[in-house]
Write a protein that binds this ligand. Structure first.
Ligand code: ZN
Ligand code: MN
Length: 261
């Protein structure tokens, strides 16, 4: 049989044995969302999946099938509804997917779960899904369950951001389809990036409040919220290394505590 790190590549007896042996189970959370004219729609799927695979390989974990649909894309963090290609789940639906997967993992004796998120708008509904799972399972009866929720960009070291953004980091919200995501995609899947198609029409100039109906001029036409210039595969590897190292350190620290609340 295969030595795959992917949970769903294995037959059930092997999954059961790995879970019984204490393997951390990774759930990558993504989106199918526009990422400018220069990148594929699956950036938010490719990146957290790859980080989960690298981390799981280092800690003996397994990676679940990635949730490939994300919570509703917002103009200020993902371009929003005006771009063809983006497919949205409501926050309610997304939270229930997270809840149901966690509940079924618990029923199957998984006690170490790591969600690795690649899409900004998933943050709130992931937290809600975890809380709903704990409510459904009963907080008093699942004290042996530890769930770690991480957004991959939060694992990047300040020194790395200083190296990549010597003129100042614009913040992850504005980094949509910009230097961070483009660099990581150049490292992981360069065939899905065509920098010649980048139109450099950013950065976005958002108002400090929300207006409905949404203004038509707030998101650059390309769908890129910040800048693409300066992206490179080398920077992508720096970012990936920080995320993977940070997640491995988190797992070694948190799961060694005997999973007691
Ligand atoms: Zn993205
Ligand atoms: Mn996104």
């Amino acid at each position: 049989m295969t030595e795959s790190v992917f949970y769903a590549d294995l037959p059930w007896p092997e999954v059961a044995a790995r879970v019984a042996a204490g393997a951390p189970i990774f759930l990558p959370l993504g989106a199918t969302e526009q990422h400018g004219r220069h990148m594929a729609l699956n950036v938010d799927v490719v990146i957290p999946t790859a980080i989960a695979v690298r981390a799981a390989s280092l800690v003996g974990g397994l990676v679940l099938p990635t949730v490939a649909y994300g919570n509703r894309s917002q103009p200020k963090t993902g371009g929003g509804p005006r771009f063809p290609g983006t497919l949205n789940l409501t926050a309610h639906t997304f939270a229930l997917i997270v809840r149901d997967v966690i509940c079924d993992l618990y029923r199957q004796n998984v006690r170490k779960i790591v969600t690795v998120n690649g899409h900004f708008e998933n943050i709130g509904p992931t937290i809600e899904g975890i809380e709903l799972a704990l409510d459904a399972l009963g907080r008093d009866v699942v004290r042996d369950l530890v769930i770690l929720r991480v957004d991959h960009w939060d694992m990047v070291q300040p020194q790395t951001l200083d190296r990549i953004f010597p003129d100042g980091y614009p913040g992850i919200e504005l980094e949509h389809a910009s230097v961070i995501e483009t660099s990581i995609m150049l490292a992981l899947r360069p065939e899905l990036v065509d920098l010649a198609r980048a139109t450099h029409d950013g950065p976005a100039n958002f108002r400090p409040y929300d207006r409905y109906p949404r203004p038509s001029d707030e998101v650059p036409d390309s769908g890129v919220l910040s800048l693409t210039e300066g992206s490179s595969a080398e920077k992508g590897e720096w970012l990936l290394a920080d995320s993977v190292n940070g997640i491995v350190a988190m797992i070694e620290s948190e799961f060694s505590k005997g999973c007691k609340a």
